[in-house]
Design a protein around this ligand. Structure first.
Ligand code: 6PG
Length: 469
């Protein structure tokens, strides 16, 4: 009998099946279109891969409690498949949604399935196609007992960090798993945009050729910036367009797409009341990029500095770019972690931030050398209100302060937009300011709406008849 069944043979689904089969698990597979199942089974003849062509046949292959994993598109397709498979299941069986579902959809599905005795796990899976095949980072949430029933499979197929630990752990009830995956993607957006900003700055103001930049990023990837996103960026910069011989990246239309997980992070952060300005800036940078035609017109109409390679101080600018990128990365993780802490309190999630950092150390898109330091910071001080306050990061940002600010100044002076860098530095400066100008905001609110204010020199609530003064 099959240990688990998987529905949805897109690339992610196929690669997860191959990963499970390689680890000795027997997997029943089903896909809406028969041809896809046939083609996959034909390409990968393996006694551990059991093709089925009806849902009845599929369910009949599964040992109990039945474990049914869905790898279908988030949204309506998940509801449709759940609807089809549910009547074939029995109390105690488990459905696992491995897609990028919104955590509130996951919680709705859990509530709907509970009366039938069917457990529903919302599981974030990161690492793209390669990760799915060779070891993703897995972020599961839902009923604990259901997780325990799939844990041996997940632990076997997950990426292993340098210390050998699998990149999976139970994150808590409800939509905790999909929530953590959503925040992972928010951080992913901020880090990607921060890298793009430094690429832009060094290219336009530093005058670096793309191949020089590839060498710079390769070097950075060997030290404290070591991360999957740096690694692929350095590689991307090396790839030439076969037609023109130019760097392929320069031939790619500058309109960024998005499927929504970064946007969800910002939207939910507003609800939870935790600032994530770097993530929001990254989402908005993608949105503004999509207005290509309007930007082309505005480029002719709006005055301002045109980025121009300066040539001088190139080495210094490169160093400043490196420091800015490191600081931006730390701030992106700090905001994501602060949001996870806020959400745990709001929704009753039980994950520890050290464990989240731990399972992000390998397999996922935001894996980075930095994550071991982040894990350690939260392991040593589980109640740390913000990552920026951890000794390591306090010191690291202190040392990179000057370069961080100078890189942003270079962008501002030359008309190179650096929205994530600007938002990250403003976040840092706001967080470290004892006194912010919110006193004036309170006065304005009290002026036009009698919203009252508190004072710094005595307790109580006050209102002033401003008009009469
Ligand atoms: C991952 C990725 C993955 C994905 C998203 C992001 O962790 O493996 O985050 O889930 O690439 O689809 O996509 P968008 O950039 O299209 O929003």
């Amino acid at each position: 009998m099959a240990h688990i069944g998987l529905i949805g043979l897109g690339v992610m689904g196929q690669n997860l099946v191959r990963n499970m089969a390689r680890h000795g698990f027997q997997v029943a597979i089903y896909n809406r279109t028969r041809a896809k199942t046939e083609a996959f089974a034909h390409e990968h003849p393996d006694p551990n891969i059991v093709p089925t062509y009806t849902l009845d046949e599929f369910v009949a292959q599964l040992e109990r409690p039945r474990r049914v994993m869905l790898m279908v598109k988030a949204g309506a397709p998940v509801d449709a498949v759940v609807e089809q498979v549910r009547p074939l299941l029995e109390p105690g069986d488990i459905i696992v949604d491995g897609g990028n579902s919104h955590f509130t959809d996951t919680e709705r599905r859990q509530r709907a399935l509970e009366p039938h005795g069917i457990h529903f796990l919302g599981v974030g899976i990161s690492g793209g196609e390669e990760g799915a095949l060779w070891g993703p980072s897995i972020m599961p949430g839902g009923p604990r007992e259901a997780y325990d029933a799939v844990a041996p499979i997940f632990e076997a197929i997950a990426a292993k960090a340098e210390d050998g630990e699998p990149c999976v752990t139970y994150l808590g009830p409800g939509g905790a798993g999909h929530y953590v995956k959503m925040v992972h993607n928010g951080i992913e957006y901020a880090v990607m945009q921060a890298i793009a900003e430094v690429y832009d700055l060094l290219r336009r103001v530093g005058g670096l050729q793309v191949s020089d930049l590839a060498a710079v990023f390769e070097e950075w990837n060997r030290a404290e910036l070591a991360s999957f996103l740096m690694e692929i960026t350095a590689h991307i910069l090396r790839v030439k367009d076969p037609e023109s011989g130019d760097p392929l990246v320069e031939r790619i239309l500058d309109k960024a797409g998005q499927k929504g997980t970064g946007k969800w992070t910002s939207q939910n952060a507003f609800d939870v009341g935790i600032p994530v300005p770097s993530i929001t800036a990254a989402v908005e940078a993608r949105i503004i990029s999509a207005f290509k035609e309007e930007r082309v017109r505005a480029a002719q109409l709006l005055p301002g500095p045109v980025p121009e390679a300066q040539g001088q101080n190139r080495l210094q600018l490169i160093e400043e770019g490196r420091e800015a990128l490191f600081a931006d990365m730390v701030v992106a993780y700090a905001q994501g972690m602060a949001l996870l802490r806020g959400a745990a309190a709001e929704y009753g999630y039980t994950y520890h931030l050290a464990d989240v950092a731990k399972i992000w150390r390998a397999g996922c898109i935001i894996r980075a050398a930095l994550l071991e330091d982040i894990r350690r910071a939260f392991a040593e001080a589980p109640d740390l209100p913000n990552l920026l306050l951890a000794d390591t990061f306090r010191q690291a940002l202190g040392e990179r302060q000057q370069g961080w600010r100078e890189a942003l100044v270079a962008g501002l002076t030359n008309g190179v937009p650096m929205p994530v860098t600007a938002a990250s530095l403003a976040y840092y400066d706001s967080y470290r300011r004892e006194r912010l100008p919110a006193n004036l905001i309170q006065a304005q609110r009290d002026y036009f709406g009698a919203h009252t204010y508190e004072r710094v020199d005595k307790p109580g609530t006050f209102h002033t008849e401003w008009h009469q003064l």
